[in-house]
Write a protein that binds this ligand. Structure first.
Ligand code: SF4
Ligand code: SF4
Length: 382
């Protein structure tokens, strides 16, 4: 039998009093209709049921449990909730409380320790990153920030240590050199802190932010180019007084200003995967598509779920290093269904997660960064 609504509300109020948490989070979550849109949209739905978690939290005063570490903070639930409940924010906030009270799962704690020690989640010593930078195969070299530059190119930890993503960095450098922008990198680049923030380690995030802010101020940097959408989101939304660009922004302007010419045909059919931290977080949907469309002979075939409905690769919030659900395989299937030859990405995590997804399905589909396709159009097959 359906409970009279007044009874349900009274019960809810009593529950909230009992739990003693008549705080903003509970007030927000009581607007929940229990419609299940969030759970249906969730990339981690095989490990947790968000609609039920919200109900348990509000009605039974249960704490969010450790399954919330499987959330990739993809923002899909928050974008689609008809009551505009800030679900992703609530999850991040709950993680903060778990971290504060020492209830961090060991594999998450290991990521924090690596970042504390080495400023990257993989535990790669800074010396190794520096020696890779010196060996980059970039014809005209990469300038250093100390030369006094307009743009600081923040390569990002994933791009600096992952072999596949390092190949993208070389292509991006060639393109920047061809355009002739005044940019530089730093061998002592640290971690932007985006995923540390999402994983709830507020103290470590503040430390990284302080370090980066000091570094940027000392070098007089106001403009920053980020290879990873995760770094883009951090510098744009969590830091102040910075103009933040993606490599695609630089290319887009250069095409409009006729500073970059596409000289070669690239005869591919391509489907583009929107990364969460460019798309849903920052509304960047059209520029990567416009740049791809500017390449001769590229045909774009859209997947069924695109733009704000894009389905996360599963790598966000440290999940690329954890063994959880495998949404990358599901997303790879969606890409393969388009029959496109290339799955274009603009995030190093998506590159890796979707590459694994495509491989596990024994598909011929190739995963490439948008900048690699641009490189082909500018330099040919070199
Ligand atoms: S989408 Fe929003 S209203 Fe619907 S169940 Fe989830 S939190 Fe509640
Ligand atoms: S942010 Fe994404 S992964 Fe996290 S609960 Fe929402 S839909 Fe699921």
């Amino acid at each position: 039998m359906t409970k009279p609504i007044t009874g349900a509300v009274t019960e809810m109020m009593e529950t909230m009093e009992r739990v003693g948490t008549m705080n903003a989070v509970v007030k927000t979550l009581t607007a929940c209709l229990q419609c299940g849109t969030c759970s249906a949209s969730c990339v981690s739905k095989s490990s947790f049921n968000l609609r039920k978690i919200v109900m348990d939290f509000v009605l039974d005063g249960k704490d969010f449990d450790s399954s919330i570490w499987d959330c990739t903070t993809c923002f899909a639930c928050q974008t689609r909730c008809p009551r505009e409940i800030p679900l992703t924010d609530v999850i991040v906030d709950s993680r903060r409380k778990l971290v504060e009270s020492g209830r961090t799962p060991p594999e998450v704690r290991d990521i924090f320790i690596s970042i504390q020690k080495f400023r990257n989640p993989f535990g790669v010593p800074s010396q190794e990153r520096k020696s890779w930078l010196r060996k980059l195969k970039v014809e005209k070299g990469i300038p250093d920030i100390s030369d006094g530059v307009e743009y600081f190119w923040f390569i990002g930890c994933f791009n600096s240590v992952d072999p596949r993503s390092r190949m993208v960095v070389e292509k991006v450098a060639d393109i920047f050199n061809e355009i002739g922008i005044n940019y530089g990198i730093s061998e002592s680049e640290g971690c932007c802190g985006n995923d540390v923030y999402a994983m709830g380690e507020e103290g470590l995030f503040e430390l990284l932010k302080e370090e980066n802010t000091k570094f940027l101020r000392e070098n007089g940097i106001r403009k920053i180019i980020t290879t990873s959408p995760h770094c883009y989101n951090a510098f744009k939304n969590y830091y102040s007084s910075l103009q933040v660009y993606t490599p695609v922004d630089i290319v887009h302007s250069a095409i409009l200003d006729e500073e970059l010419k596409f000289k070669y045909d690239v005869t591919y059919s391509v489907t583009y995967h929107d990364p969460c931290f460019l798309g849903r977080y920052n509304g960047v949907y059209e520029k990567p598509r416009e740049v791809l469309k500017a390449i001769y002979n590229i045909e774009i075939i859209e997947m069924q779920r695109t733009r704000e409905n894009s389905f996360c690769c599963g790598g966000g919030s440290g999940n690329f290093m954890r063994t959880g659900s495998k949404p990358n395989v599901q997303r790879a299937k969606e890409a393969i269904r388009t029959s496109a030859e290339i799955l274009a990405v603009s995030c190093p995590l998506c590159m890796n997660m979707l590459n694994d997804g495509v491989k596990s399905l024994n598909s011929e589909m190739k995963v490439m960064d948008v900048m690699e396709l641009i490189h082909k159009a500018v330099f040919g097959e070199k």
